[in-house]
Design a binder for this molecule. Structure first.
Ligand SMILES: Nc1ncnc2c1ncn2[C@@H]1O[C@H](COP(=O)(O)OP(=O)(O)OP(=O)(O)O)[C@@H](O)[C@H]1O
Length: 252
């Protein structure tokens, strides 16, 4: 049975008087990958950022509607956004490791959330790097700067960093678009592993990637969800002409 990890209901987002996302309702299942696709500027990233309240940081940005994780509407003003972002991690388009060692990049979050014992931190660092398929490449240089890693390794480090605080949901905004094909395929393999444990929502411009990594796909157009279905159906039997035009490359 599908278990819903995260649910958006009538979510709308505007920047000043300009609406970027209009009344979007989507359910995201646990242990599944959902891809958000659509042409540039259709609101995918804006929607994704709303899911862990990152739009709070943007002046003039107003979010209405509900976002449910279990029995909590995270869009309510009483939500503690720090613990929310522990539960809902974010991986950005460009890897953004802290200017610290590999070890400290991973230990930072758990330490912030109260883990003090060195042994426990060591375990979290190792487990997180293992889950992000980066342990073998880094175990002998944990104290080296994270900035000395390659772009692909840095992105896996950022994924390890989000895993370290034990999230339920991982949001990814074009996580492989700045990477070469080999690093991209490592990230895709990693996503396939991570979905066994987490609910993953990924924005991608790469239709092949959406088809490869996701179970469900939502097609966004001008701030609205035009179609949401199993990825296989979206790519082989889309119900809306706009979806068909987009996936066949007629626009976007
Ligand atoms: N910080 C911001 N301030 C004002 N307007 C914004 C901001 N971020 C996005 N927008 C506007 O909101 C609309 C949706 O942008 P968004 O980045 O969410 O789309 P997108 O589908 O993710 O695009 P892309 O695929 O190019 O990344 C666009 O018109 C964009 O110009």
């Amino acid at each position: 049975m599908e278990h819903i990890g995260l649910s958006a209901k009538d979510l709308s987002v505007s920047y000043g008087d300009r609406t970027a996302v209009k009344n979007v309702s989507l359910d995201f299942s646990s242990k599944q990958v959902t891809a958000l696709i659509g042409p540039s500027g259709c609101g995918k990233s804006t929607f994704l950022r709303s899911l862990n309240r990152m739009n709070d940081l943007i002046a003039n940005c107003k979010v209405t509607g509900e976002i449910w994780i279990r029995d909590q509407n995270i869009n309510s003003p009483s939500t503690d956004v720090v613990s929310l972002r522990q539960k809902i991690g974010m991986v950005w388009q460009r890897p953004n490791p802290f200017h610290k060692s590999i070890y400290e990049n991973i230990a930072f979050g758990p330490r912030y959330h109260g883990v003090k014992r060195k042994k426990e931190l060591d375990e979290i660092v190792e487990q997180s790097l293992r889950k992000a398929a980066l342990w073998e490449e880094t175990k002998d240089r944990l104290n080296n700067s994270a900035l000395a890693l390659s772009g692909g390794q840095q992105q896996r480090l950022c994924i390890a960093r989000s895993i370290a605080v034990k999230p339920d949901i991982i949001l990814m905004d074009e996580p492989a678009s700045a990477l070469d094909p080999v690093s991209t395929s490592k990230i895709e393999e990693l996503i396939a592993e991570l979905k066994k444990e987490y609910c993953i929502v990924i924005v991608t411009h790469n239709m092949h990637q959406a088809a490869r990594v996701s179970e469900k796909t939502a097609f966004f157009l001008m701030g609205e969800v035009k179609e949401y279905d199993f990825t296989h159906n979206i790519f082989t039997n889309p119900q809306k002409p706009e979806t068909s035009d987009y996936i066949t490359g007629r626009f976007g």
